[in-house]
Structures are given as structure tokens and as C-alpha cells.
Write a protein that binds this ligand. Sequence first.
Ligand code: SF4
Length: 264
Amino acid sequence: MSAVLAPTARLTEAKEPSALARRLSATAVSLDLFERLAAARAAIGGTLVFTTSFGLEDQAIGHAILSQRLDVELVTLDTGRLFPETHDVWAETERRYGRRIRAIVPDRRELETLIERQGSDGFRASVDARRACCHVRKVTPLNRALAGADAWITGLRADQSEHRADVAFASVDGARGLIKINPLFDWTRERAADFTREYGVPVNALHERGFLSIGCAPCTRAVAPGEPERAGRWWWESEGKTECGLHANPLHLAARAAHKAAQS
Ligand code: SF4
């Protein structure tokens, strides 16, 4: 392993979180996945949270965390609209590693209000309706999952879409006050698939059926060969958006949601 960074104080107390992120990013380039996660754990004090959707990339990261028994919280956002196959790989992963993965569910009152307002599948009516659903089922639960965290580990890859082209190993999420760690930032999908095969990691059965990026069942479809990876997410929207808001500025999203709520 290359040089491991010295442990820091909690990020909230660190004077130079952006310098720490730069140091981590520079160090990570030459490390394998196991080493990258171990280096992040060693360098960042406090709580590290890994949010998994049990997709290919997250399963690779989960294996590297769980097989090394790293002190990292594993969390999933149970939106209430996940595929049965996602629940299957969730259960299989818990059995394989003997570890419970914490589920964060939407706030009951917010969800009831959303369904009252837009109906069960009202997210198809407009981009704003879809964003409102993602906000209640995903963004607000994510904010709860990350409350008090010093770092957030995600499965983002730079080559997934143009929205993600600038993804680095480590960056500062100033709105949330934490360091974001993307250990697969420079990986391809094929490399993640090879990793899961090499280590016998459980994967979502939907991948074999053309589902590349897997989210909620009503908002995910299989993609044809040659289509962009995230073309199967919210494909009916004309704006070409393929993000749900989890990786956007949460303060901006909160302000937008409040604005829309005031208008409705
Ligand atoms: Fe709602 Fe679809 Fe977003 Fe899931 S992906 S939270 S069902 S709009």
C-alpha cells in the first residue's frame, strides 16, 4: 500500500477539509479499492457513512468495507418503491457478511401528504412532481442518514454521465459539512463487474436483464446495448435529467421544494 494519511480530527473541527480532500485524492490514484477505503477510514476522524442502493458499484464497495471490517456505517434508502430483486440482494448481502444494513424510510407524514397531493404514481405528471417524490422518498431520508456524519461514501463513477464527469476520489460537500468519498471515481462499469465476479459478491439479478443503473421500480427500465448507462432512469422526461437530487446541493433542493410547496 502507498502512504497512508495520518488520522485527522473530526471534519467539523478540521481547519482545512479541502486540503484533506486534495491529499486523499492524490494518494488514492495508486491504491486498489480495499486500500482506498482503508485510507479514507484512517484519514478521516468520526463517522463515515456508506449509502448503498445494492447496484453493481455499491456491491463492490460494500464488499471492500465489510470484508475488511472497516468502521463504516452502511445505510440504504428504502423508498418503498424498490424492486423485489433489490430486496433479494439486500437480504443476500446481509447473510453473506453477517451484518445488518440500516434502512432509512421516508417520513410518514411527508409521504402521506405527497400521495394525497399527487396520487400513487403522480411523479409521472411533471419533472417537478417527480422531484417532489424523490425529495420525500430519497433526499430527506438521505439528509437524515448523513446527519452527524463526517464523510459520505458513494458509488459514483466519473464515466457514468456528463453530470458526473468531474467526480474525484474526495471532495468537500460544503452544504452538508462533510467529505464525499467516491472510491470508484476512475473505474469503468466493466471493472466493477470484474471485481464482483472475482470476489463472488452478490449482485442484483436485474443487471443480467439489461438494468444498469437501478433505482425505484416505476422509474427504472432496462437499456438497449449502446444506450447511456443512466438512460433507464426517468426516461419519459424530456429534459434529459438522470439524477434524483441525492448528489445535488441539498440546500438548493430544500429551497426549491419549499418554493414549489408555497405555489401549490
Ligand atoms: Fe419517486 Fe421515482 Fe424518485 Fe423513486 S425514483 S422517489 S418512485 S420519483
